[in-house]
Design a protein around this ligand. Structure first.
Ligand code: C5P
Length: 209
């Protein structure tokens, strides 16, 4: 097959989104940030005034929600990421978002998808799978710097605590937990620059395609 599907998975703030976009630009492929889908469900839940833990409401919403109705600035940020990880643990939510992710991956030529379960569940047959990771401290430091750059002064310790909590929830859930696929290449970015990560990832993809 000539279709190049690249799965990029990893924990919160690992740099997988940046890497996925760079790979998509390099290979001329469309890119889907699948975390946004879970964030949209969380946003719709909160906007409708539902308790974020209300699985029946989430199941109902995921069947009917309009993907185009959310400006991205309403989906970014740690709070909505936290809420997204709650709805992402619900099997009905994951099932409701499966088909659109598989359709995206099936485009002629291929696609890049980033998330938590792309290599394990959404695209188990992807030729190229990357699992991007870094220590919680490094991820928190990167997020901290990014927020400071935007003029948001959030304590490092509180960012680190958020990251640890999200890691625990994403790795501990029974449906599609965060983990590297057996045939994924693990890329620890703790001591690498963005350019070094991109170069390493392209090297890995070239060996797999
Ligand atoms: O990647 P991002 O931080 O935007 O994802 C938000 C949340 O959505 C994650 O913490 C995770 O719980 C969930 N998610 C998921 N599966 C994916 C992508 C995101 O469970 N493929």
């Amino acid at each position: 097959t000539g279709d190049l599907v690249i799965a990029v998975d990893g924990p919160a703030a690992s740099g997988k989104g940046t890497l996925a976009k760079r790979l998509a630009a390099h290979y001329g492929l469309p890119c889907l940030d699948t975390g946004l889908l879970y964030r949209m469900v969380a946003r719709a839940m909160l906007d409708a005034g539902h308790d974020i833990h209300d699985a029946a409401a989430a199941e109902h919403l995921v069947g009917s929600f309009d993907e185009t109705g959310f400006p991205e600035e309403r989906l970014r940020g740690g709070e909505i990421g936290e809420a997204a990880s709650v709805v992402a643990a619900m099997p009905a939510v994951r099932a409701g978002l499966l088909a659109r992710q598989r359709r995206f991956a099936a485009q002629p030529g291929g696609a890049v998808l980033d998330g938590r379960d792309i290599g394990t569940v959404i695209c188990p047959d992807a030729p190229a799978k990357l699992f991007v990771t870094a220590t919680p401290e490094v991820r928190a430091a990167r997020r901290h710097k990014e927020l400071l750059g935007r003029g948001e002064d959030v304590a490092f310790e509180s960012i680190l605590a958020d990251i640890r909590r999200r890691d625990a929830r994403d790795s501990g859930r029974s449906d599609a937990p965060l983990k590297a696929a057996e045939d994924a290449v693990i890329l620890d970015t703790s001591a690498l620059t963005v350019e070094e990560v991109v170069a390493a990832a392209i090297g890995i993809v070239e060996r797999r395609r």
